[in-house]
Design a protein around this ligand. Structure first.
Ligand code: ADP
Length: 380
């Protein structure tokens, strides 16, 4: 084989390579272009001719690919071609991606520029990045769930202790001196026990409802019922448990019949009413009103209790959040987050006004015509 044969062999080898090659001499003029280049980029064939300078080549390439001077890709590519050093990745208009690499030839004889189509690689890279983001999100959710679980365990162990201690303490007292106890004392102790049991039940109910909501098991079931009667009943329940409670009720509706989910409304109103009484421990005065405005029914529960510090109001609907003012009063911090989610589930909103040391008022606004979204995400 003479030298010409060698060169031909080399040209054929380069032609079948997956990459396209241009070799520039030390003056940055084209010395050789592989056939692959002409085949894959035929539109460049007429200016990729031996002797053409890299500057001309770049100008024609920019024109051919429609990359204007103001295009950010222009400067990026220009720097590479003028310098003939390093590597660039270049996106084309048709969605394809090229990687162009300049490798110096030995002894400053010139530069070999190889162009690789990396479209598939880029596609996979994007798919991988999307997968990674998905995994990161799943991990975040998992961590959040674990944190909520930890909070829940610490809350349960702390908050359930108080009523249990009340029950146990009162039972012990009665056990120790059963003969000496007057009827009145027994009644007092039993009342304390029943109060603690009712608080425990409320906490358990709240936790169960919150959990059902989380797992999407709590789906609204619409039925017709008398809202005025339900509010009256729930207020009566509070009166029975708290003798000192002063409760004023005012209902002004053109029609007391609504088509809502009775069970969910009961959870919502019970939470607000029991909070109103619980956070006004001295002598609770609670005003409940219900009226209609602009197609919405407003149910407002206002108390004269301890109130909420202004800067803490934005957080009270968060799971497990308890305001500093509530530190001495037992609770789980779950009631309002559940209440808000249920109100939203029924297409309504909940508003709060509170003045620290003076009282709070919670207003639930529900559309008279409730429409339930029929998708799997509607329960959160
Ligand atoms: P819990 O009452 O079990 O702590 P909630 O989610 O029902 O949980 O309430 C969250 C927090 O909001 C309470 O800890 C309390 O700080 C505050 N809060 C709720 N209702 C009232 C109210 N009527 N008066 C004062 N603070 C309230």
């Amino acid at each position: 084989m003479d030298e010409k044969d060698h060169i031909n062999l080399l040209k054929q080898a380069l032609a079948v390579s997956a990459d396209a090659f241009i070799i520039f001499d030390s003056e940055k003029r084209i010395f050789f272009v592989s056939d692959h280049y002409r085949r894959v980029y035929p539109q460049n064939a007429d200016f990729l001719t031996p002797g053409a300078s890299v500057y001309e080549v770049f100008d024609r390439m920019a024109e051919e690919t429609g990359v204007a001077v103001e295009d950010p890709r222009y400067k990026h590519a220009k720097d590479f071609w003028y310098d003939l050093k390093g590597q660039i990745e270049f996106p084309l208009e048709n969605g394809r991606y090229l990687r162009v690499t300049a490798s110096p030839l030995p002894d400053g004889q010139g530069t070999i520029v190889s162009t690789t189509d990396i479209t598939e690689y880029k596609k996979q890279e994007r798919a991988l990045a999307a997968k990674q983001r998905e995994l990161e999100r799943a991990l975040e959710k998992e961590q959040e769930a674990t944190a909520v679980q930890k909070q829940f365990i610490s809350m349960v162990s702390h908050e359930f202790r108080t009523p249990l201690a009340i029950i146990d303490g009162n039972a012990q007292l009665m056990e120790r001196r059963p003969d000496e106890l007057s009827g009145e004392t027994v009644l007092k102790r039993t009342k304390a026990i029943r109060g603690a049991v009712s608080r425990l039940l409320q906490m358990v109910d709240g936790v169960l409802s919150a959990n059902s909501l989380q797992t999407g098991m709590l789906k609204p079931v619409l039925q017709q019922f008398d809202i005025a009667a339900l509010i009256g009943l729930l207020c009566e329940e509070q009166r029975m448990v708290h003798e000192a409670l002063e409760l004023a009720l005012e209902i002004k509706l053109a029609d007391d019949e609504v088509v809502w989910d009775r069970k969910l409304i009961t959870i919502i109103l019970s939470n607000l009413l029991s909070n109103a009484v619980k956070y006004a421990p001295e002598s609770p005065k609670v005003n409940v009103s219900c009226y209609e405005q602009d197609g919405h029914i407003h149910i407002v529960v206002a108390d004269n209790g301890i109130g909420i510090p202004e800067h803490e109001i934005p957080y009270i609907f968060e799971k497990f959040y308890r305001a500093t003012s509530a530190a001495s009063i037992p609770g789980t911090g779950l009631g309002l987050s559940l209440t808000q989610e249920l109100v939203n589930l029924l297409g309504g909103t909940i508003q709060v006004h509170s003045k620290f040391g003076q009282g709070s008022s919670f207003a639930v606004l529900l559309p008279r015509e409730v429409r339930i979204k029929d998708d799997n995400n509607s329960a959160g």
